[in-house]
Ligand binder design. Structure first.
Ligand code: PXP
Length: 249
């Protein structure tokens, strides 16, 4: 059964819209945990557009589940990770102009520097996951980097129309099998919603789904604790039928 990592970047985004102190992502991490989150994920971006250094420091001290720090593979971020020691680092590509993370990391194209960074983080007791597209060559490069986890990019699946979606789901299933054959553990995320999450949660061998925007959006109506609880219920008891239009609320 897949577990749920709740990404709280968008709580910080609302705070940064006014550069004030509320809402506080640290408080909301606690609410997400009360709703059943198995982990809290934050992306500390180079431009600090939402999550701030102070947030990660306080989360490190207060999160009781697991703290997953998404970050770019840079010297600045490596130093922060080594100082704060999150339970997991997920390495993601980052471009200043993007609204959100767009594609997966090109691991195959930068294998040597990534191998060094992965080794350094893992030697210091931090788990490392690489956020990649469901692509065989990238998965092989992930295994060669020494990382123990991958996070499969579900964006293409999430954005596909109904005709294309079964094909994108098949790619995710195939990539999960391939990754596990390579000895990698598998998480997934990006663009997952209450409507499209079930077939991904039902993939054999899928360990954790990282979900943010849809949960924070629903939290505006029902509160974060309830929004997390509703998502967790879908993940824990997913229908395998990849026909969409969920009957769930
Ligand atoms: N996983 C990764 C690596 C991401 O960059 C993001 C977006 O920050 C997510 C998961 C969560 O995506 P969403 O907010 O669309 O659920």
């Amino acid at each position: 059964m897949a577990s749920l990592g709740v990404n709280i970047d968008h709580i910080a985004q609302v705070r940064q819209a006014r550069r004030t102190v509320e809402p506080d992502p640290v408080t909301h991490a606690l609410l997400a945990e009360l709703g059943g989150a198995d982990g809290i994920t934050v992306h500390l971006r180079e431009d600090r557009r939402h999550i701030q250094d102070r947030d990660v420091e306080l989360l490190r001290a207060t999160v009781r589940s697991r703290l997953n720090l998404e970050m770019a593979a840079t010297a600045e971020m490596e130093a922060i990770a080594l100082r704060l020691r999150p339970d997991m680092v997920t390495l993601v590509p980052e471009r200043r102009q993007e609204v959100t993370t767009e594609g997966g990391l090109d691991v195959a194209g930068q294998i040597d520097p990534l191998r060094a960074l992965v080794g350094h983080l893992q030697d210091n007791g931090i788990g490392v996951s690489l956020f990649v597209d469901p692509d065989g060559a990238q998965l092989q490069a992930c295994a060669a980097s020494g990382a123990r986890w991958v996070e499969l990019h579900t964006g293409a699946y999430a954005e596909a129309g109904w005709e294309q979606q079964p094909l994108e789901l098949a790619r995710l299933i195939e990539a999960t099998t391939h990754a596990r054959q390579l000895g990698l553990r598998v998480n997934a995320g990006h663009g997952l919603t209450y409507r499209n999450v079930e077939p991904v949660a039902a993939i054999e061998g899928m360990e954790e789904l990282n979900i943010g925007h849809t949960i924070v959006a629903r939290a505006l109506a029902v509160g974060l604790e309830t929004a997390v609880r509703q998502m967790k219920a879908l993940i824990q008891n997913p229908r395998r039928d990849p026909l969409f239009g969920s009957q769930h609320p």
